[in-house]
Design a binder for this molecule. Structure first.
Ligand SMILES: *Cc1c(COP(=O)(O)O)cnc(C)c1O
Length: 231
C-alpha cells in the first residue's frame, strides 16, 4: 500500500534541497502507481524493461519514466521511444546501443553514467578510473543522440552511516571533478542521482540532486530476487 503522507513529506524535503524525487515503482501494481500519480507525482522509475513497457502502456501519458536497473543492450529498443532518463548506463557498449536506437527514432535520449561506489561487487557501474579513461579518449563524443546529463551511484547496503556518507561524498567530489574537466561547457551535465529509501537524507546532505525512493513510498517489496546481504 502506498502512503501519500510519506510521498508528501519526501517531496517537500527534496524540494527544500533542490532535488528531484523519482518514485521507484518496481514490482508495484498499476493501481498503486495511479494512487501516487493522483497525489501529484509524475516521475516514476522501474528496473525491468518488460514491466516498464507494460506500465507505460497502461498509465497516463504525462508520466516521465526513468530506467534505473541493469539494462541489456538488446532490450534498449523497447524503451527508446518513450524513456525520459536512463540512470544505469554502465558501459560504452550500452551507450552506443542507446545512441543507435535514439538515432532511429530521431530523438535524443538523456542518460546518466552509473559509477560503482559500493563495497559489494555485485553492483554495476563504471569504476571511476574506467570512466576517466573513456572520457580522455572522447569515447562518447560521436554519440550525437544521447546526452550525458550526470552520474548515478548506489551506496553499500550497510547499517554504517559513516560508510554510506563517505561513498556519497566521494561520488559528489568525483562528479565535480568530471564536470569541471570534461563537461564544463555543457550546462545539462547537472544531475547527481544518489539516495534511496534508507539513505536519501544522507545523500541530500552530500549533494544529491535526484533521489530514487521505492519502499518508503510504496511499502516493502515482497519478492527480493537478488537480496543484497547487508554487510
Ligand atoms: C529499487 C531501487 C531503488 C529504490 O529502493 P528503495 O530502497 O525501495 O527506496 C533505487 N534505485 C535503484 C537503482 C533501485 O533498483
Amino acid at each position: 500500500m502506498p502512503t501519500i503522507s510519506v510521498l508528501q513529506d519526501i517531496t517537500k524535503y527534496a524540494k527544500a534541497k533542490n532535488a528531484v524525487l523519482v518514485a521507484i515503482s518496481k514490482t508495484k501494481t498499476v493501481d498503486d502507481i495511479q494512487q501516487i500519480y493522483n497525489a501529484g507525482q509524475r516521475i516514476f522509475g522501474e528496473n525491468k524493461v518488460q514491466e516498464l513497457v507494460q506500465k507505460y502502456e497502461l498509465l497516463p501519458k504525462d508520466i516521465q519514466w526513468h530506467m534505473v536497473g541493469n539494462l541489456q543492450s538488446n532490450k534498449v529498443k523497447y524503451i527508446a521511444p518513450f524513456i525520459q532518463l536512463i540512470h544505469s548506463v554502465d558501459s560504452l557498449k550500452l551507450a552506443i546501443e542507446i545512441n543507435k536506437q535514439a538515432l532511429k527514432l530521431n530523438r535524443v535520449i538523456d542518460i546518466l553514467l552509473e559509477i560503482h561506489i559500493a563495497a559489494e561487487t555485485n553492483k554495476s557501474g563504471f569504476s571511476e578510473d574506467e570512466l576517466i579513461d573513456h572520457l580522455d579518449i572522447n569515447a562518447f563524443n560521436s554519440l550525437q543522440n544521447i546526452r550525458i546529463v550526470g552520474l548515478m551511484g548506489m551506496a553499500t547496503n550497510t547499517k554504517s552511516q559513516v560508510l554510506i556518507k563517505n561513498e556519497f561524498s566521494g561520488l559528489k567530489q568525483y562528479f565535480d571533478k568530471i564536470k569541471q574537466q570534461y563537461f564544463s561547457k555543457s550546462d545539462e551535465f547537472s544531475i547527481l542521482s544518489m539516495g534511496m529509501s534508507g539513505d536519501y537524507q544522507l545523500a541530500l546532505e552530500e549533494g544529491s540532486t535526484m533521489i530514487r525512493i521505492g519502499s518508503a513510498i510504496f511499502g516493502e517489496r515482497e519478492i527480493k530476487k537478488n537480496p543484497n546481504i547487508p554487510i
